[in-house]
Design a protein around this ligand. Structure first.
Ligand code: ATP
Ligand code: MG
Ligand code: FE
Length: 337
């Protein structure tokens, strides 16, 4: 069954076609970041309008590239949440309408399940059960994964998500939007001369808190000479603190669960220092570590096509209603048998 996947939860329009035996057939992404950068962040109404402009042409482009006819598509998967309501509705309404016109099932996919399963698109996919660290613009979650839809939340951020902390710290250093990749590039020119806190690592538990790091960066910035080198050093100190905090919590999650596979996904998992630090920890713990390829760390249609395909194969799909849930906990999803 060829499954068309549609992602429009935030500021990326993503479309892909996945087949359980033939793998990923085709995928395209249109990122709105240039449009939003003028405003220093995502403007929800502009995001919805741009998804309306880009989605249908992107579906046409993906179909043309795949050389498939609409009649060969067996199901449609769309991101139903969590995300921006207007943006979600564009993908959901388009997906649901196409599925109705083509007389095929449509399945509502949880965006974070998409991120979580993105490493399954790689040559050496992880096997269940595993621990997943999801680090993205809106979430920081540690999850025990026993199968598709079998998610037990082990810990989460009590305030800012990891990506949000990157973006806010980048903004106060004057790096503009999108901040995470820019801060990461600047950190490569700096040294972590300042020592930032490793929040919530001195007490038991698997929750995170990243908002204090941004304040620490602000105070450090205001107290220093504000040279380019100072900025790079603050970026390096911030990134090292986030990276070591994630390492400490992931090690704890592996030890606590007794599992020996760790999946790391979501936009921040593209970060080189974080990938490297987690790699060192995993080898010391004799654990296997899995990431998506960098382009599938951030939002994309491929992960939604993959996740939706697994659910469709398990017989999951919804009726003619258009599902969009801006808030949607990951631990209440239906499990696949
Ligand atoms: P969510 O998935 O929680 O709904 P989102 O979809 O906006 O949020 P993603 O697209 O998964 O998030 O990731 C975007 C986030 O990843 C942004 O906060 C961005 O700054 C961050 N990010 C991307 N690349 C890097 C990097 N190399 N280093 C650090 N952060 C990064
Ligand atoms: Mg984005
Ligand atoms: Fe995302």
């Amino acid at each position: 069954m060829y499954v068309l996947g549609i992602e429009t939860s935030c500021d990326e329009t993503g479309v892909a076609i996945y087949h359980p035996q033939h793998g990923l057939i085709s995928h395209f992404l249109y990122s709105q970041t240039d449009m939003h950068s003028e405003y220093g962040g995502v403007v929800p109404e502009l995001a919805s309008r741009d998804h309306i402009r880009k989605l249908v042409p992107l579906i046409q482009q993906t179909l043309a590239d795949s050389r498939l006819l609409p009649a060969q598509i067996g199901g449609i998967a769309y991101t139903a949440g969590p995300g921006l309501m207007g943006a979600l509705l564009v993908g959901a309404a388009t997906a649901r309408s196409l599925a109705w016109a083509w007389q095929i099932p449509a399945v509502a996919v949880h965006h974070m399940e998409g991120h979580l399963l993105a490493p399954m698109l790689e040559a050496h996919p992880p096997q269940f059960p595993f621990v997943a660290l999801l680090i993205s613009g809106g979430h920081t979650l540690l999850v025990r994964v026993d199968g598709i839809g079998r998610y037990q939340l082990l810990g989460e951020s009590l305030d800012d998500a990891a990506g949000e902390a990157f973006d806010k710290t980048a903004k106060l250093l004057g790096l503009g939007y999108p901040g995470g990749p820019r801060l990461s590039a600047l950190a490569e020119q700096g040294q972590p001369t300042w020592v930032f806190p490793r929040p919530m690592t001195d007490r038991p538990g698997l929750d995170f808190s990243f908002s204090g790091l941004k304040t620490f960066a602000l105070n450090t910035f205001n107290a220093c000479g504000k040279t380019q080198q100072d900025k790079a050093d603050i970026a390096a100190a911030f990134q090292t603190a986030v990276s070591e905090t994630l390492v400490i919590k992931c090690r704890r999650a592996l030890q606590q669960t007794g599992l020996n596979s760790l999946v790391v996904a979501g936009g921040v998992s593209a970060n080189k220092q974080i990938r490297h630090a987690l790699g060192e920890m995993a080898s010391k713990e004799n654990a296997e570590l899995y990431f998506p390829r960098p382009e599938f760390c951030t939002d994309n249609g491929a992960m939604i096509a993959y996740a939706g395909c697994q659910r469709l194969l398990a017989g999951h799909h919804q009726d003619l209603r258009i599902f969009a849930r801006p808030r949607w906990p990951i631990d209440g999803l239906d499990a696949c048998p």
